[in-house]
Every structure is written in structure tokens, then in C-alpha cells.
Design a protein around this ligand. Structure first.
Ligand code: DGY
Length: 348
């Protein structure tokens, strides 16, 4: 891949754990500047001019940013989602994009399943009921929840994370699983434990049949705004919607309408069109919305594993080796599988 002089200029644009930063500093000249912090923006812009490698996440690296980085050879994203990067511009410049599939699969699936549980059993609302001193007698029907076990789960997307959610649902909670993805997944090879338990289903059918619909697919031009008035209108009365993918997959006004005037029971959202969620967003305080601050992969173990894989990717690319996890920028949003891992579509 990339190989000329040994020490390169590396720009870290989101904090790395100290041990991973030290790995980079041992081999390269490293600047750290997070452009999301207003006081670090000037340092970020200044470092772009000489940066040969970048590592970070959660900041749009678009054509304007790339234009300020004429020497850039590789970006290592500490994320599985690559929607922050203008792929066509990276492909045109031959800039290598690395990412972190695989290491966050189970943690993100845990988060999505936690949202399934929280929305169905009204966990946050009922915990607040206790915290706020309202538990003065046994609760009545007005606070009852809804069973999770046995309900039909509809997954929009069926990559690693979708399959991990399906395992929790089908094997742990006896839930029939429907999934929609561009192509049916060959379960016999990709996920034999889900054979007969997860069924590829046309999009509209899935929305009409599932009790709980969860989005676990990458953001792309095809999936932007995927869930709008028509789609929420197709969902069963009393169904629940979960978004563990990207906020822009959902038309938020349509979601609110489905909650307020349609039959949607509840929504569990880890992601939003604008993050952090603006103070004025009606989703912030909606009584039937469980909103999380984009914590899909946010555990100590997993965030460290992501940083470690991203650092390894960057070091490998800068050393002229093929990194463990390279995203194929020329193929749009169809990521290549992580070396040594199960094949199949990868979702964010
Ligand atoms: C990812 O890795 O894409 C997570 O959503 C964190 O951004």
C-alpha cells in the first residue's frame, strides 16, 4: 500500500486510548486535534496540510476537508460505519480507508436488544416511576409492558450485527425473525444456528408482519430516509421501532407522526439525524421514546478493541502492508469482510 519515508505525519482527530496513541507515537510524528472541539479546530486544520495518515471517528471527512490534505494516503476510522467519508472522493484520490468491523458486533447487538427490552417493558419509564417516588402501591394496567419473548422481530439489514441481534432474539427469546437485505443470506454457511429461525422477507411484508422492527443497516444513498410516512404506515398497530444504525435512515417527522397519530407503541433510538440530539427535538422528551446518546459500541472493552484495530490498520497501511480491515471505497457501501471472519454483508 503506502511506503516511502519511515516516519509519517499522523493526525489523530478523535482521542485514542493512551496505549494506542503510544503505538503510533513510537513509529510516527503524531498531532492530536479533535475538530469537534472548537478550540482544537485550528490545530486540526493546520495538521491537515502535512497529514499522511489520519485516525479518528465521528467527523465528516468530505471533499472540503480532503482538499486541505494534499499528502493524505490513509484514513483509519475508529468505526464500522463509513458514512462520514466521501467515498467517491477517497477512491478518486486513491486514499485507503480502513474501518473496524467485527470487534463491535456483539456489543452493538447487546445495545439494540437492550432497546427492544427497554421499550417493550417500559424500563426507563418504570425506573423513573420508582426514582421519582410514585411507587406507593402496586402498578396497574396503565403501566404494564408488552412481552418480548415470542414476538416477531423484523430486521432491516442482516450483516454481522443483524445476525447477532437475530441470535439473541431467536435463540434466547424464542422470537421468529424476519430479515430484509439486498440478497438472502446463505444461513447454512454464514449462520447455521439461525437456519429455520430467520427468514428473508420482502421489505413491505416485513413491516406489515413484525411486532418489533429494528434498523441495523448502513447509511447509503439507498437507505437515507428509508423509513418515512408510507413505511411507518405499513407497520402493525402497536408495533415498536428500534434504530441502532444511523439516524438519517429515518425521517424523524414521520416517526413522530407515527408515534403521535399512528399506531406506533414506542421507539428505541440510539442514533439521530443530528447528533448530539438538539435540545429542541421532540424526540428528547417523548414519553414513548427511549433515546440513547449513540452508545452502540460504547463499552470499555469494545471501544478499546476498536481503537486497537484502527491503530493496527493505520500502522499496517503506513508500512506498506495490507491492513486487516480495508473498506472498498470503489464499491460504495458494500464492505469487504474482515480477514479471517465470516463472509457476508456487513452492517453498521
Ligand atoms: C460505528 O462504529 O459505526 C458506530 O456507530 C460508532 O460510530
Amino acid at each position: 500500500m503506502v511506503n516511502d519515508s519511515p516516519r509519517k505525519k499522523v493526525l489523530v482527530f478523535r482521542e485514542l486510548p493512551p496505549d494506542q496513541l503510544a503505538r503510533l507515537q513510537a513509529q510516527h510524528d503524531v498531532s492530536v486535534a479533535n475538530p469537534r472541539e472548537p478550540e482544537q479546530l485550528a490545530a486540526f486544520n493546520a495538521a491537515l496540510g502535512s497529514a499522511q495518515g489520519m485516525i479518528g471517528a465521528s467527523y465528516p471527512i468530505n471533499e472540503a476537508v480532503l482538499a486541505c490534505a494534499p499528502r493524505l494516503q490513509v484514513i483509519s476510522s475508529v468505526s464500522v460505519g463509513v458514512d462520514n467519508y466521501t467515498l467517491s472522493a477517497l477512491a478518486a484520490r486513491g486514499i485507503v480507508l480502513c474501518y473496524t468491523p467485527g470487534v463491535l458486533t456483539e456489543t452493538t447487538a447487546d445495545t439494540i436488544f437492550a432497546l427492544v427490552m427497554a421499550t417493550s417493558r417500559r424500563l426507563v419509564e418504570l425506573a423513573n416511576h420508582v426514582r421519582e417516588g410514585h411507587w406507593s402501591r402496586n402498578i396497574g394496567e396503565e403501566l404494564f409492558g408488552w412481552d418480548v419473548h415470542g414476538k416477531t422481530l423484523g430486521l432491516l439489514g442482516f450483516g454481522r450485527i443483524g445476525q447477532a441481534v437475530a441470535r439473541r432474539a431467536a435463540l434466547g427469546f424464542g422470537m421468529p425473525v424476519l430479515y430484509h437485505s439486498r440478497h438472502p443470506v446463505n444461513l447454512a454457511t454464514a449462520a447455521p444456528d439461525l437456519l429455520g429461525k430467520a427468514v428473508h422477507t420482502p421489505f413491505d411484508d416485513l413491516l406489515q408482519r413484525a411486532d418489533i422492527v429494528a434498523a441495523v443497516l448502513p447509511l447509503s444513498n439507498e437507505t437515507r430516509g428509508l423509513m418515512g410516512p408510507r413505511e411507518f404506515g405499513l407497520m402493525k398497530a402497536g408495533a415498536i421501532f428500534i434504530n441502532g444504525a444511523r439516524g438519517a435512515i429515518v425521517q424523524e417527522a414521520a416517526l413522530l407522526q407515527a408515534l403521535n397519530q399512528g399506531g406506533l407503541r414506542a421507539a428505541g433510538l440510539d442514533v439521530f439525524a443530528t447528533e448530539p440530539l438538539p435540545m429542541g427535538s421532540p424526540l428528547r422528551r417523548h414519553p414513548r421514546v427511549t433515546a440513547l446518546p449513540h452508545i452502540g459500541s460504547a463499552t470499555f472493552e469494545t471501544r478499546h478493541a476498536m481503537a486497537e484495530l484502527a491503530t493496527t490498520n493505520l500502522l499496517q497501511a503506513l508500512a506498506g502492508e495490507r491492513p486487516l480491515a480495508v473498506f472498498d471505497t470503489s464499491a460504495g457501501l458494500s464492505p469487504a469482510p474482515l480477514a479471517g471472519q465470516r463472509d457476508g454483508p456487513v452492517t453498521g
